[in-house]
Design a protein around this ligand. Structure first.
Ligand SMILES: CC(=O)N[C@H]1[C@@H](OP(=O)(O)OP(=O)(O)OC[C@H]2O[C@@H](n3ccc(=O)[nH]c3=O)[C@H](O)[C@@H]2O)O[C@H](CO)[C@@H](O)[C@@H]1O[C@H](C)C(=O)N[C@@H](C)C(=O)N[C@@H](CCC(=O)O)C(=O)O
Ligand SMILES: Nc1ncnc2c1ncn2[C@@H]1O[C@H](COP(=O)(O)OP(=O)(O)OP(=O)(O)O)[C@@H](O)[C@H]1O
Length: 452
């Protein structure tokens, strides 16, 4: 391909269908991505906050198309960007496409440059001091919009928030069946947004276009923020655990994190940026940032309400390729990791069998996948899995329990794990998994939701 320019063209909102079309071009290829907002939402396009939030989404969602030729020169038909704006998008694209670059063996260090016009610095929305109070934010009047992804994490947040306020509403983008089933079980109201990627992208993929991971949580969060402005919400709440901060691999000193847009670094950048751009004061934070995955699952198992509907298996959430038939495929690293966390959660193995319909720790074929999880290979799996030490100490804990000590993978992995970590390291890691991590952006009024 000889593409030279990637153009962020324009966006158009149609109030009749409540839909937003984002337009892009890569040389002669034209792309349109469509978002159809919940009919319940009244989106006021006379509000500058909404137009600014549309622009943020336009610039972030372009990542799916720019990745086809990431060396293209970036241009805009309708905008000029300030230095601050250009820097934000450059950093997000560099980090959010770092896995894509690494796995495709591309050097993008000189690419993904968002041109800026320093002459327009004076018109940049600035400092929090003048921000519009979009909503009344007294501690007693919180109205949270909670992202729900159909997995264990968001359900832990949902239950904690339900116990503390009756004002919460759920948000889901393109919800597959497990998400819809979880929403129904929660009995909370919800806002649904449908997303249609341009079919030309799939066509080009089939022909062998460059492909790979994109910072999807950045896209989901930008859509949620638009809904939050329109619906008068005080907070946009994600459920990203502390382990999302750990790099998947470090390459020549550069951290490459599959979960970059779930990290605290992105959360802080995005929260500041979107508030500044839209001149609103809606909080954007993860309620679970202080927790490890192990701790999240210990919270999850306190109720069995969602056992028959939730799944963390990403194969259930494909949009183009066929979705997995089972809720848990039990073949992918995410299924293996989540099952491992349940295995050390204190839940009975009968309950695990009912949730997962199988025990991947008894299948020798899965050995290589678990070796990756516990840090015996060069990279962690390119998936949303916990810290290496978290998995290693979980296997160690299973080796001490009579009901799991004989699982074939526990037996096979333990000697290798003990070559890499000492028993005291594993024991102290296990104890530390219950400690709250100190770095988070949780507002005061939400702290203490898990004190019981
Ligand atoms: C469901 C899934 O894991 N998809 C990843 C997979 O895509 P695949 O080709 O197997 O199938 P589809 O999901 O149907 O996608 C078809 C193609 O569409 C393009 N695309 C999709 C979504 C998007 O936002 N932009 C796109 O350009 C892409 O070309 C697809 O091939 O492999 C892809 C390539 O590695 C991944 O990009 C797909 O990941 C989705 C974006 C996705 O939703 N993934 C989440 C389940 C996910 O990975 N979440 C992370 C969060 C990390 C973060 O930083 O946000 C996690 O759980 O760790
Ligand atoms: N389709 C979606 N719509 C709205 N929010 C989503 C969607 N998919 C994921 N999220 C949110 O993005 C964040 C990261 O997703 P992730 O898949 O890690 O979480 P999860 O589905 O809650 O749990 P699990 O790790 O068990 O899959 C979470 O806050 C989740 O709620």
């Amino acid at each position: 391909m000889t593409a030279r320019a990637f153009v962020f063209k324009d966006f158009k909102f149609d109030p009749v269908s409540n839909s937003l079309k984002l337009n892009y071009a890569l040389d002669d290829y034209e792309f349109t991505e469509t978002f159809i907002f919940d009919a319940k939402l009244n989106i006021d396009t006379s509000s500058q906050s909404i137009i600014s939030a549309f622009k943020v989404l336009h610039l972030i969602a372009g990542v799916s198309y720019l990745k086809i030729y990431p060396f293209a020169k970036i241009q805009y038909s309708d905008y000029e960007l300030t230095n601050t704006q250009a820097d934000f998008y450059h950093k997000l694209y560099q980090n959010g496409l770092a896995e894509f670059a690494y796995r495709n063996n591309l050097d993008l260090t000189e690419s993904l440059v968002f041109p800026s016009c320093s002459a327009n610095q004076h018109s940049e929305p600035d400092s929090g001091a003048t921000r519009i109070k979009a909503i009344n934010k007294e501690a007693t009047s919180i109205k949270p919009l909670v992202l729900i992804g159909g997995g264990k994490d968001s359900l832990v947040s949902v239950e904690a928030i339900k116990a503390n306020t009756d004002k919460a509403c759920l948000f889901a983008l393109n919800p597959a069946k497990p998400i819809l089933d979880c929403i129904e079980k929660s009995s909370l109201s919800s806002l649904i947004v449908k997303r249609q990627l341009d079919p030309l992208l799939f066509e080009l993929n089939e022909k062998g276009a460059l492909n790979g991971h994109v910072p999807i949580t950045a896209i989901v969060s930008s859509v949620a923020y638009i809904c939050a402005i329109s619906g008068g919400f005080t907070d946009v709440i994600t459920s990203n655990e502390s382990s999302a901060n750990e790099a998947t691999v470090v390459n020549n000193g550069q951290e490459i994190n599959h979960q970059y847009s779930k990290s605290l670094e992105f959360e802080s950048d995005f929260s500041n940026f979107i508030q500044q751009q839209t001149q609103t004061q809606i909080n954007y934070f993860s309620l679970l940032r202080q927790f490890t995955e192990m701790q999240i699952v210990r919270e999850f198992v306190k109720t069995d309400e969602y056992d028959s509907v939730f799944t963390s298996c990403n194969r259930a959430f494909r949009i183009f390729r066929e979705k997995s038939k089972q809720r848990w495929c039990l073949e992918c690293p995410k299924c293996h990791f989540v099952h491992l966390m349940f295995a050390v959660s204190g839940a009975r193995f009968e309950r695990l069998e009912a949730i997962f319909s199988g025990n991947p720790l008894t299948q020798e074929d899965n050995l290589e996948s678990y070796r990756q999880l516990v840090g015996l290979t060069e990279t962690k799996p390119w998936e949303c899995v916990g810290e290496v030490l978290e998995s290693a100490t979980a296997i160690y804990a299973l080796s001490l329990k009579p009901e799991s000590a004989n699982f074939i993978l526990v037996v096979k992995l333990m000697p290798e794990i003990l070559k890499r970590f000492s028993i005291s390291e594993l024991e102290s890691a296990y104890n530390q998994m219950s400690d709250l991590r100190s770095q988070h952006n949780i507002p005061q009024q939400y702290l203490g939701y898990f004190n019981d």
